[in-house]
Design a protein. Structure first.
Length: 306
């Protein structure tokens, strides 16, 4: 069954923290941060549900649909508003939906996990015709703004896509993985802040994503040359560069928002997708690769024919 993305919407908080702002409160500089991460600024003070509602409404508008047209809501987030209920329920109410709703937490790999889950459910005999898939994270709420190792990296944001059954568009293959043995290198306790061993995360992420991309391309019967658009998790420009070099895909095929958003976790891939759409890169038939990784460690890649 063909399934396409018919609408994309985004939301970013108004407050922006630049690298120069951070340099006033910690030992860092714009040059230092850009050289190591490719980040220039990040949006902060977001609320996960509020950003998700705004992004979801924008996606519905882009698809020319209303609340009654959506059969399922999936929210990818690692920063829920409350321990329970699921934040997707709050978003469902805020958007005026009447369908089922649930959260997915695979941290920065969440959107890929959510996309694969939605696609599989839509292909079930009585599956939904349209799914609103949202990635929304308020990473500033779990960031220690005195820790130079993490404060420079994270930001808040949301992006949403409408997935619907259609005669065009399909997922050619996916690859999902996790390694709980790597939990100690990146985690956040309840009521705590992000803890990260940056060098270890960098090394493990490059290896995991490169292998995942190789796996998914093999499953799809494709080579790196067949890929037209790459939507990587927006964590660190050096990781993106290293992965592209390892698998043989030029950086020119990637679409990135990292410089202005930082790492927005579950929102980062759909934000990159919105950038690709704005760039005019998502034409029918385009081969799109999206790949994310996050704490767990968890990773996921998917190849789509737009």
């Amino acid at each position: 069954m063909a399934i396409r993305i018919s609408g994309i919407g985004t939301a970013l908080p108004d407050k922006i923290v630049t690298n120069d702002d951070l340099s006033e409160v910690m030992d860092t500089s714009d040059e230092w941060i850009r050289a190591r991460a490719g980040i220039g600024a990040r949006h902060v003070d977001g609320v996960t549900s509020e950003m998700a509602i705004e992004a979801g409404a924008n996606a519905l508008k882009a698809a020319d649909l209303g609340p009654d047209d959506i059969d399922l809501l999936i929210l990818c987030t690692t920063t829920p508003d409350q321990r329970f209920p699921a934040t997707s329920a709050v978003v469902q109410s805020g958007l005026g939906l009447t369908c089922g709703a649930f959260d997915v937490n695979a941290v920065c790999a969440g959107f890929t996990y959510g996309y694969v889950s939605a696609y599989g459910m839509m292909n079930a005999p009585t599956g939904p015709d349209r799914v609103l898939l949202i990635g929304s994270d308020a990473m500033s709420t779990i960031t220690d703004w005195t820790d130079r190792g993490t404060a420079i990296l994270f930001g808040d944001g949301a992006a949403a896509v409408v997935m619907e059954k259609h005669e065009q568009g399909e997922m050619l293959a996916f690859d999902l993985g996790a390694d709980g043995n790597l939990q100690p290198i990146l985690y956040c306790d309840h009521d705590g802040f992000i803890q990260m061993e940056g060098r270890e995360v960098f090394k493990k992420a490059v290896r995991a994503v490169a292998q995942s991309v190789e796996n998914v391309l093999a499953k799809a019967g494709l080579t790196p040359d067949d890929v037209d658009v790459v939507l990587p998790h927006q964590a660190n420009i050096r990781i993106i560069e290293a992965v592209c070099q390892r698998i043989g895909i030029p950086m020119s095929k990637t679409h990135n928002v990292l410089e202005t958003t930082g790492n927005t976790s579950g929102a980062s891939i759909p934000l990159a997708m919105a950038k690709a759409e704005a760039d005019g890169a998502l034409e029918p038939g385009t081969i799109v690769l999206m790949s994310g990784f996050g704490a767990g460690m968890a990773w996921g890649s998917a190849v789509l024919r737009w």
